[in-house]
Design a protein around this ligand. Sequence first.
Ligand code: XMP
Ligand code: MG
Length: 179
Amino acid sequence: MSIIKVRDREFEPYLTAEEINGQIQRLAAEINHDYAGKRPLFIAILNGSFMFASDLFKAINIEAEICFIKLASYKGTKSTGQVVTAIGLDTDIHERHVIILEDIVDTGKTLKEFLPQLNHQQPASLELAVLLHKPEATEYPVHIRYLGFSIPNKFVLGYGLDFDGLGRNIPEIYHLKGE
Ligand code: XMP
Ligand code: MG
């Protein structure tokens, strides 16, 4: 891995595909253990979490369902603070064991606004599985039951995460150089 340029910015290597996969396998093993016999419903938040959701779900070996919603609060490299629901939930979560799949928790605003909407529908349980968390940036604390990596407060891209639409296809994770 070496420095890459996306639009006008330089990004440096941060997490390898092997490191990412290692954490995902660990999270999946924990979920397989904790949810055996509970037929959990995974809700993946698009766009950023599509690769994380795909790789994690492949490693789930118990009965489980998955569905997708689309929320967005980011423009360029900064959170706008405005959370928009672009594609809503089409599945009944009442009395279901729900696990939210999210690529990254930054300020925490997206989940802080979204979780009460889900709790309102009275799921049997509601937990978060998150690949990346920036503790230094978090203004709205959320409890992350299954966390891949705690990372510094730098903009990241790759493995589903984008910079202005680009970079999602990169199999590794990079962060903004010199931030
Ligand atoms: P909040 O601030 O609501 O942000 O926790 C969560 C959403 O913002 C996006 N996000 C990022 N996307 N690199 C990205 O490509 C980043 O460093 C980054 N930080 C936050 C992401 O979509 C997440 O769901
Ligand atoms: Mg996202």
